[in-house]
Design a protein around this ligand. Structure first.
Ligand code: TMP
Length: 209
């Protein structure tokens, strides 16, 4: 008999909301409980997708139109899905991804432009899958932006759109949590990181077989 399919979990939120730390902590917690877990990210998570990542997160904010961004993020996602996510889930491994399609819905669909219809069309034609569970880290944009820029990662193209952009993103993620209330959980990420990690672990534990 083939192994039971793994659990597919995404973490989402504005820039600097602590997703990457929480994704890592969740992967560690799942591995400690004996589950075989893959930790990955978008844009990226496969070698071609990581090459596309550099085109998207570096350089001038006006480098791409929102429409072109949708195509580039979707190309990276398709590569990530084919080479990393799907094989892992089919082998019975859990997959935790730091961002997935909800980022395109909010960043390109609702914040960079009013393009949600186009995002949905391209998603259903090229991707067509959703995570089993999505954890949306909700956080004050001012604190998050300072934190994100302080990292000085050279990947600040979206942070460079400024604070009003991050505020709009937060509202977009909150709306998404209501739209997909079965799949999405809004997590208060202003809390102490240990508390955030334990809230996330509890939600995930309830979804495990
Ligand atoms: P990261 O900093 O969380 O690794 O993500 C890179 C940037 O790309 C971040 O500012 C969010 C942005 N992004 C989009 O605009 N649309 C997308 O679909 C994804 C996956 C990321």
């Amino acid at each position: 008999m083939p192994p039971a399919r793994g659990l597919f979990i995404s973490l989402e939120g504005i820039d600097g909301s602590g997703k990457s730390t929480q994704a890592r902590r969740l992967a560690e917690a799942l591995r400690a409980s004996g589950r075989d877990t893959v930790l990955t990210r978008e844009p990226g998570g496969a070698s071609g997708a990581e090459e596309i990542r550099r085109l998207l997160v570096e350089g001038d904010p006006d480098r791409w139109s929102p429409e072109t961004e949708i195509l580039l993020f979707t190309a990276a996602r398709r590569d990530h899905l084919e080479r990393t996510i799907r094989p892992a889930l089919e082998a019975g491994r859990d997959v935790i991804t730091d961002r997935f399609a909800d980022s395109t819905r909010v960043y390109q669909g609702a914040t960079r432009g009013d393009l949600r219809g186009l995002v949905d069309q391209i998603h259903s034609a090229a991707i067509g899958v959703e995570p089993d569970l999505t954890l949306i880290l909700d956080m004050d944009p001012e604190t998050a932006l300072v934190r994100g820029l302080a990292r000085d990662s050279g990947e600040d193209r979206f942070e460079d759109f400024g604070l009003p952009f991050q505020q709009k993103l937060r509202v977009g993620f909150q709306a998404l949590a209501r739209e997909y209330s079965d799949r999405c959980h809004l997590i208060d990420a202003n809390a102490d990181p240990d508390q955030v990690a334990s809230n996330i672990a509890e939600i995930v534990r309830r979804r495990l077989p």
